[in-house]
Design a protein around this ligand. Structure first.
Ligand code: DOR
Ligand code: ZN
Length: 358
């Protein structure tokens, strides 16, 4: 009923990461942990503050700054869907190798204040993305609204009609429903065409609503939900068939933004141990009977952690291999960087899987 003690797999790709402003103390702290996790390729989110990444020049400057922090990582860059983006910006982005445009429903999450209220004004932009093969990355939640009966618990399910509407209107548009957290979302993505996929984080494979209500380091958007939802996510990982792949949504926040006087910042920091968290969650899922042991094959792991995401974004398969070894590492209590920043990783202090590059 347990996993093996060691796995040799292709280097992983993490198709949803927050690295924050670069140069900057959090980027300097977390970017060097990408390869430590066994990951060589990341899709970088554009929700920087005080200004999101809305132009090709800004995206390329950001990429350059990240390369200074670790040149051995491939950074796939994205733009933030914003009223200043035109069809010409999309064509320029395509030529510059920018892979996606992230849509944040306004008010749904961290730095979404410049985000989308309605997709209608973006019709020409979305049509151009569909023509050019530029991916639409969706934060799949509607903002909470007591008047409409929306809370963090049903915000994702309420978004699914928006997803289906986009697929009907732009049938060839490549879409990623980012960080799926519900059985509803898994089912919706499975039922849609091959150009619609979902990412799944490491932490949503283990957390439930009770966990984040008790611990600020477990709080994120979309927030973790029910045991049935978690079971659907675990099964989506091992029966993905290309429909789901890893996007950790690793979201570092300084500890003062987690525990300060204001609202708690949403985000779970998983970057340095991302793959170990996935294996631990799968093993816990096996123990509960949430997934069947036969489903957890090396091919399923290699696809979810590495191959399916690369294929969706048109990249070649990984060239390097990694070995993951049970109990080969211990998770730091916290990571401290310049200017006094301190970021607390998920499952701080626990044993996890070690990573070696082969
Ligand atoms: O928990 C989250 N944190 N969800 C998001 O959508 C944004 C992210 C962040 O930027 O911190
Ligand atoms: Zn995110």
């Amino acid at each position: 009923m347990a996993l093996k003690d060691s796995y040799t797999l292709p280097a992983a790709a993490d198709m949803h990461v927050h690295l924050r402003n670069a140069p900057g103390p959090i980027a300097s702290l977390v970017t060097p942990t990408i390869r430590r996790a066994g990951i060589d390729t990341v899709f970088v989110m554009p929700n920087l503050a005080p200004r999101p990444v809305v132009s090709v020049a800004e995206a390329l400057a950001y990429k350059h700054a990240l390369q200074q922090l670790d040149p051995a990582v491939e950074y796939l860059m994205s733009l933030y869907l914003h009223e200043s983006i035109t069809p010409d910006v999309i064509r320029e982005a395509k030529r510059a190798g920018i892979k996606g445009v992230k849509a944040y429903p306004r008010g749904a999450t961290t730095n979404s204040q410049w985000g989308v209220v309605s997709f209608d004004p973006f019709h020409e932009v979305l049509k151009t993305m569909e023509e050019e093969g530029v991916v639409l990355n969706l934060h799949g939640e509607v903002p909470s609204s007591a008047a409409d009966g929306v809370t963090v618990m049903n915000a994702e399910s309420r978004f699914l009609p928006v997803l289906k509407g986009l697929v009907d209107k732009y049938p060839k548009l490549k879409i990623v429903l980012e960080h799926c957290t519900t059985a509803d979302a898994v089912e919706a993505v499975r039922a849609l065409s091959d150009n619609v996929v979902g990412t799944i984080t490491a932490h949503h494979l283990s957390l439930l609503v009770d966990d984040w209500s008790a611990n600020v380091h477990h709080y994120c958007k979309p927030s973790a939900k029910s045991p049935e939802d978690r079971r659907a996510l675990l099964n989506a990982v091992v029966t993905s068939n290309g429909k789901f792949f890893l996007g950790t949504d690793s979201a570092p926040h300084d500890i003062t933004s987690k525990k300060g006087k204001g609202n708690t910042a949403a985000g779970v920091f998983t970057q340095p141990y991302a793959l170990g968290y996935v294996l631990t969650a799968l093993e816990e899922g096996l123990g509960r009977g949430d997934i069947s042991p036969e489903a957890v094959t090396d091919d399923a792991l290699a696809g979810f952690l590495s191959g399916y995401g690369r294929r969706f974004y048109g990249l070649a398969p990984a060239t390097q291999q990694i070995r993951l070894t049970r109990n080969g590492a211990r998770i730091d209590e916290s990571l401290r960087g310049d200017d006094g920043v301190e970021v607390v990783p998920f499952r701080a202090g626990e044993q996890t899987w070690g990573v070696e590059w082969l």
